[in-house]
Design a protein around this ligand. Structure first.
Ligand code: IPD
Ligand code: CA
Ligand code: CA
Length: 261
């Protein structure tokens, strides 16, 4: 029932997003420069919440555009109606719907769907992760110097020591490819699918990573915060990897390895 509703919500949101393929949509700006929201984000969110409410009226919901709809349930749906909104607004087909489900504070299920590439990622705690119903597995790469990484940057630049640009520069100066796709949920799914060997980002919100971090763990990878401690989507930093390179990647991101000299 939980999984059915999850997949129905994803499909409802995808239908909304696709209905704008040949239609223009209104775009407005949230806090910060180029922090966009479109009418499609709102319409996708409504389709998801209506689906959840019809099946589980008492469940808690946290969703990017409407915020917290809490009623003290042990179930909490964590929703990003479009992750990669800047891409979507420019019709760059790297964006997705992301929904994670927590039970008693533990992420138990997640789904991420890119309606433009037709890629549906689903993870269930203890049951593994799939891409379009086929099991997926993280990569086997064993050194950061040979890895292909991905990262993202917050809308408002994070001016702090060893911030996003310093970390990015460290990898780039050493010739390590670091892609920037513009959708944290897809970044995480692509680590789960073994396309990337690792992902890090300094400042995310719970809806960006809720489904994706479970995907990586269930595909055999490892996810921690930027200190290397147990990951929680309610704090900002994340490192996700195939597991094999995790400790080394952590040192690179902290600046303990990879500096010139
Ligand atoms: C953003 C994307 C991006 C990440 C940003 C997020 P949005 O989400 O996930 O990859 O770098 O930090 O805010 O605004 O497109 O839902
Ligand atoms: Ca997002
Ligand atoms: Ca979003």
């Amino acid at each position: 029932m939980l999984k059915n509703t999850l997949l129905t919500a994803i499909e409802a949101a995808a239908a909304v997003i696709r209905s704008f393929d040949d239609r223009s949509f209104a775009v407005s700006n949230k806090e910060g420069i180029n922090n966009l929201v479109t009418e499609v984000d709102h319409a996708s969110e409504k389709a998801i919440i209506d689906t959840i409410r019809a099946a589980f009226p008492a469940h808690d919901i946290i969703s990017e555009e409407v915020g917290e709809l809490l009623q003290d349930s042990e179930y909490r749906w964590i929703i990003d109606p479009i992750d990669g909104t800047v891409n979507f607004a420019h019709r760059i087909p790297i964006c997705c719907i992301s929904i994670g489900i927590e039970k008693a504070g533990q992420m138990v299920m997640g789904a991420v769907f890119n309606p433009f590439m037709n890629e549906l990622y689903v993870a269930e705690r203890g049951q593994g992760a799939t891409l379009n119903d086929k099991p997926i597995r993280v990569s086997a790469k064993d050194k950061v110097i040979n890895a292909c990484l991905v990262t993202g940057f917050p809308y408002t630049y994070l001016d702090e020591p060893n911030g996003p640009l310093q970390t990015f520069e460290r990898f780039i100066r050493r010739g390590i490819p670091v892609r920037r796709l513009g959708s944290a949920a897809i970044d995480l799914c692509w680590v789960a699918a073994g396309r990337f060997d690792g992902f890090y980002e300094h400042k995310l919100q719970a809806w960006d990573s809720a489904a994706g971090f479970l995907m990586v763990e269930e595909a055999g990878g490892r996810v921690t915060n930027l200190k290397g401690d147990t990951y929680s989507p309610y704090q900002p930093g994340i490192i996700a990897s195939n597991g094999t390179i995790h400790d080394e990647l952590l040192r690179w991101v902290k600046g303990e390895e990879g500096a010139e000299g």
